[in-house]
Design a binder for this molecule. Structure first.
Ligand SMILES: Nc1ncnc2c1ncn2[C@@H]1O[C@H](COP(=O)(O)OP(=O)(O)OP(=O)(O)O)[C@@H](O)[C@H]1O
Length: 284
């Protein structure tokens, strides 16, 4: 299957600054759910801005849905890739939540009969339908984040990029947002999300890309990436607490099983297995 995102040797530096991205190669297939992680300033946002034409890559370096980003109008690209900004205030300009979510759809020239149900559905998905007529500036940061998310959901693009989508959300809201993102992924959307929350990565991503000082230092299956604790440490990242705990328990128990545990449920199963190994050993 052709990759839906293909980055071929992308390097970039802001004017008057050091190099921020160094020779990035990345291919993402349709339907993948990829977490992009790395410490502050690693270049994550800079990288994804190249996917939506906010930063212009050199010709031929970045392709999204078979479009060369360098030579494609942002309006055309926005039918293929939606981007939820890290800071919702960089995205929200209208006086009502409804108008904000409708904006992108109106820009695409969709008829009103299509715009209205899409706005209603997107607001309902993020749990904000009751605030449709509210001024976004009067909402909390977490609610504004969800308005920004709804605006992108309404576009129904095949690729959705989310830059720290759960910032400012409480536990329930984080779960709600990520469940929604997971649902979109199951419906066939390719998802790239940036986060600092490794438990979200463990729970939702099937693949993790680790950026460190503008370079990809790890890229692979989530479990395999979390196995590489030394490499993660280079980027000052730790696997989820439950993964670290399982690794520490494994050493003194010296079981032959050394899986990478990604959740509390997996931990319970793992401890059950360890008990069995010990019980069987005691009976020998
Ligand atoms: N508009 C800009 N002009 C100049 N330098 C910038 C600009 N935006 C980002 N930078 C610099 O580029 C580097 C990478 O920033 P970027 O925001 O891509 O990192 P990040 O990994 O997304 O960080 P964070 O996790 O803090 O959001 C940083 O050193 C940052 O200061």
């Amino acid at each position: 299957m052709n990759p839906v995102i293909k980055i071929d040797g992308l390097s970039f530096g802001y004017e008057f600054g050091d190099s921020v991205l160094k020779d990035i190669y990345l291919e993402i297939s349709p339907g993948e759910m990829v977490a992009l992680v790395g410490q502050n300033g690693a270049g994550k946002t800079t990288l994804v801005k190249h996917l939506i034409g906010l930063l212009r890559p050199p010709a031929g370096k970045v392709r999204v849905a078979d479009l060369d980003v360098a030579n494609t109008r942002v309006s055309k690209l926005s039918r293929q890739v939606g981007y939820v900004f890290q800071n919702p205030d960089h995205q929200i300009f209208h006086d009502t939540v409804q108008a904000e979510v409708a904006f992108g759809l109106n820009n695409l020239g969709l008829p009103r009969e299509e715009v209205e149900p899409r706005v209603t559905a997107a607001l309902s998905d993020v749990g904000l339908e009751h605030l449709a007529n509210e001024n976004p500036q009067r909402l909390s940061r977490g609610q504004r984040q969800r308005v920004a998310l709804a605006s992108v959901l309404a576009l129904r693009t095949p690729v959705i990029v989310l830059d720290e989508p759960t910032t400012g959300q409480d536990y329930q809201e984080r779960k709600q947002i990520m469940a929604l993102v997971e649902q979109l992924n199951k419906a066939g959307h390719t998802i790239v999300f940036i986060t600092h929350d490794m438990s979200l990565v463990a729970h939702y991503a099937s693949r993790v890309v680790v950026l460190c000082q503008g370079q990809i230092i790890l890229d692979g299956d989530t479990r395999e990436v979390f196995r590489q604790t030394d490499k993660l440490a280079e980027s000052l990242l730790l696997p989820p607490q439950v993964t670290v705990l399982a690794n520490q328990l494994n050493e003194p128990l010296n079981t032959s099983v050394s899986p990478v545990i990604l959740s509390v449920d997996e931990m319970q199963e793992y401890l059950q297995r360890v008990r069995e190994v010990k019980r069987n050993g005691a009976g020998d």
